[in-house]
Design a protein around this ligand. Sequence first.
Ligand SMILES: [Zn+2]
Length: 499
Amino acid sequence: MVQSSHSYQVLARRYRPTRFEDLMGQEVLVQTLTNAITAGRIAHAFIFTGVRGVGKTTSARLLARALNCTGYGDQPTATPCGTCPQCIAIGEDRHVDVMEVDAASRTGVDDVRELLDGVHYQPAFGRYKVYIIDEVHMLSKSAFNALLKTLEEPPAHVKFIFATTEIRKVPITVLSRCQRFDLKRVGVDVLVPYFGILLEKEAITFEPEALRLICKAADGSVRDGQSLLEQAIVGTSGEMITESFVKDMLGLGDRSQMVDLLESLLKGHVVESLGMVRDLLQKGASPRQILQDLMEIVHGLSIMKVTKTTDDLAIASSTRQQCERMVQSLSIPVLTRTWQILLKGLSDVITGPLPECALEMVLIRVTHIQEFLHEVKEDNPQPKGSSIKTIEDLLALFTDHKEFILADQLKNLCFFKDFQEGHVGLYVKEGLDTGFLREATRLLTTWTGRPWAFELSKTPGGRHLKQEEESLRQQKRRDVETHPDVQKVLEAFPGATIE
Ligand SMILES: [Zn+2]
């Protein structure tokens, strides 16, 4: 059996595109380059940018071939033949006039000087001297300056091709002298058929779902996709690549547990959910990872809800049915609100002192999401700066902004002593955590555009809004009970109760 690294090399090399039209998912780049070459308007310098593994250096090598190919005469061609001595030498990385360096390992001014040493001499073998500099943003400032000198007045027989993952780190003086191409992430819809053909050529059978999971996990990178595919081929020893194998390989077993957890949370099953979370934590999952996974699923479900497809979701098919069921019963407001709660919780988990407690608090909040949304009648918060005359106005502001937990804490834990706009005097029972008041102050200040302060009193007393609500409710009930019409009904129907 072949070694993993060796056969990966084989896969990646054997299927390296040799023509522009084989570049995956980069139609704009291919069209523009083809037009320029066909019209004989070829820039002196090119820069390819995009995330890792989308084909930047592959494009650079193809362009080097296009510039030097002699298969169709003495002009560059948009369709390098692949069989002339120039094409073959470049394909085998041994063309004397095509120089490729990785700026990540050679960043200094001396490296650039050495590279450009013979720039003024005519090419020895090809039509052009081609300088390919990968990860060009890694060059030092002085190295860029040395490069710029040549770039400003390049000899006619010289072409530069740069590649970078971080275009913003490339000086504008360099950028302005390059024709720029932005390589796109390669979508699942492009990768699936491509890898399908590749596996067929390798005579390896696979379940379609297995391939889809690999392509989704590649996250737009052809190279990462090839690498995962290689892992799967080696791992299954050439047997059929199955969905369950890929699931295990990608660690998606946990993903279905996460979907279970999310479903339990959104059904409001607090105790059950906390049990599942503690189980996950015990198995070694980090609070951060749990939240991020949940967020990914919420995102996936939202996309499913609006696009009505499951293609974007990196989940196995059994879980997919569960997700489809969930999507049916969930509304976009529930999904977006859940996302917001998880996102806010993520920063608490990352920066707070007690990540596991923070995680549990966030998840408890999610279990109450349905009732929060039911309480909201209208979705228009008071405009910024609206005047707030009473403590009731202030609480309304919190419910209008869907800060139900804070509103609840203010109602239940606080005894309000005096109230002016911007200043609230109150009493909170000793020993209670008053951290929520800090958050309330911050939000009020943001919403109203003016400073707010809560002043804690040491002496008990003041209005307790929850109690007031309760006694108001009882008063109403008494009013109803003593109403003459109601009395008559109660007399006519002995044993009847008022609901
Ligand atoms: Zn050729």
